[in-house]
Design a binder for this molecule. Structure first.
Ligand code: SF4
Length: 428
């Protein structure tokens, strides 16, 4: 979502500013921030410190901080950094041109208003050859998991009008786009509060009918709100990719309860089983927190067991870090840092094993790849993703970039796959 928000910042400022890759050339330098963990927040503060020198060299430079840390810190951030001109929160992006104007005129500006509506995004156009895009369909969250800062920095859940979403995606496909990722903190509850009654699976069905849209993805889903209709959509909608990111956070009921997640491990595993029945080839990824307050070794082992049982293809795992305003930050039984580190290492070793097994199962299969460009590891190779979201590198002609190609998977690596292009196969 932060990547999508950064793109949005560039779009709303498009008439006044061009993007530059050289920080030294910039007249306006905006830092988009994440507050989900303490580490990312610390990085912002250290970057801000290092930018003092740039500002000393170019005093006319307008320096701004936006996003979740800005939302959380507001005036405090401005007070802590005298060289900072502008602080804007998660909804302030839409008001950026006016805020930047005020900063250019010499005002030190703070805008952290969190109004409830979903502002109209600017008209988007896509450059030649753009085949993937992200579209925000809702923002905010009403769940209040006890570890999470999102409801405080993104506000309450708000959904965007379905007609505007369909029109934006239709325009993207008409311009040659192939793959769309729908974004929101909890897309499963999309539609609540809209004048036109619509559920998330109904929105997916409308989008699935758009001719030329080959791949549809979404993130993120709350397991409690994963409805049977959404599970069935994976077996029914041809554009919907066979991959779901379904954050479980912990495998122990005691911990899930204290996290206020609203489901048990049995519920979660029941949904995994239903997904595998509706769509046998589906790949699952998840988020996991280790060292949540009060987590015992036995709780942690239940998480490892759940990972094995669910057979995750990929997991994003983090040590718990207390966030301001959240309930879990006040829990007295915080877990020592060395215990968290040890658990994270063990958990990641298990996930590496599971990922390797999932990759090995693909060897020998012929799969569809959306070719994204030159491979990051080797410029002689092309790289792209399967519908199930794994990265595949293979040798093939440059003309395949932006197209769908058939690739036979030949090798499984820890973070990617290697394949052989099935000559002549490409569409799109
Ligand atoms: S559902 Fe997700 S975004 Fe909402 S509070 Fe829980 S972890 Fe945070």
């Amino acid at each position: 979502m932060n990547v999508a928000d950064s793109e949005l910042m560039a779009q709303v400022l498009d008439e006044e500013y061009d993007l530059t890759v050289q920080a030294e050339d910039a007249d306006l330098y905006l830092i988009n921030t994440c507050a989900i963990r303490r580490k990312s927040e610390e990085k912002v503060k250290s970057l801000l410190g290092s930018l003092k020198f740039l500002k000393q060299k170019r005093p006319q430079l307008i320096l701004g901080v936006g996003g979740c840390v800005a939302q959380q810190e507001g005036e405090r951030l401005l007070a802590s950094a005298p060289h900072l001109n502008l602080v804007f929160g998660t909804k302030g992006i839409y008001r950026l041109p006016g805020l930047v104007d005020r900063a250019v005129r010499g005002e030190r500006v703070v805008d952290v208003a969190l109004e409830r509506d979903f502002p109209d995004p600017p008209h988007r156009s896509w450059s030649q050859g753009t085949v993937q895009t992200m579209v925000t369909i809702m923002c905010g969250c009403d769940n209040f998991c006890t570890f999470c800062v999102v409801p405080y920095v993104r506000g309450r859940e708000t959904s965007r009008e379905p007609g505007a979403i369909v029109d934006e995606i239709a325009a993207f496909v008409a311009a040659g786009g192939q793959e769309v990722t729908l974004l929101g903190q909890n897309v499963n509850s999309y539609g609540r509060g809209l004048p036109e009654p619509i559920t998330f699976p109904q929105l997916l069905r409308r989008l699935n009918g758009l001719p030329g849209l080959n791949r549809l993805r979404f993130a993120t889903s709350h397991p409690r709100d994963l409805s049977p209709a959404l599970i069935n959509a994976f077996g029914e909608l041809s554009a919907l990719c066979e991959h779901l990111h379904l954050p479980v956070q912990s495998g122990a009921n005691r911990v899930l309860k204290r996290m206020n997640r609203g489901y048990t491990r049995e519920h979660y595993l029941g949904k995994v089983a239903a997904l595998r029945q509706a769509c046998p080839g589906i790949a699952l990824s998840t988020d996991l927190i280790v060292g949540f307050p009060g987590e015992t070794e036995a709780d942690f082992r239940q998480t490892l067991d759940l990972m094995r049982e669910a057979g995750f293809d990929q997991a994003f795992s983090f040590k718990y870090s207390p966030r301001p305003q959240t309930r879990a930050a006040t829990f007295p039984d915080q877990v020592p840092e060395d215990v968290k580190t040890d658990r994270l290492t063990r958990l990641q070793a298990l996930q590496d094993e599971l990922t390797q097994k999932a990759h090995a199962r693909l060897v020998g299969q012929e799969q569809e790849v959306l070719v994204e460009g030159r491979s990051k590891r080797s410029p002689q190779e092309l790289g792209g993703r399967l519908r199930t979201n794994q990265v595949v590198n293979f040798i093939g002609p440059r003309e395949l970039v932006g197209r769908l190609a058939r690739v036979s998977i030949t090798e499984a690596h820890p973070h990617s796959l290697k394949g052989r292009w099935v000559q002549g196969s490409s569409t799109g």
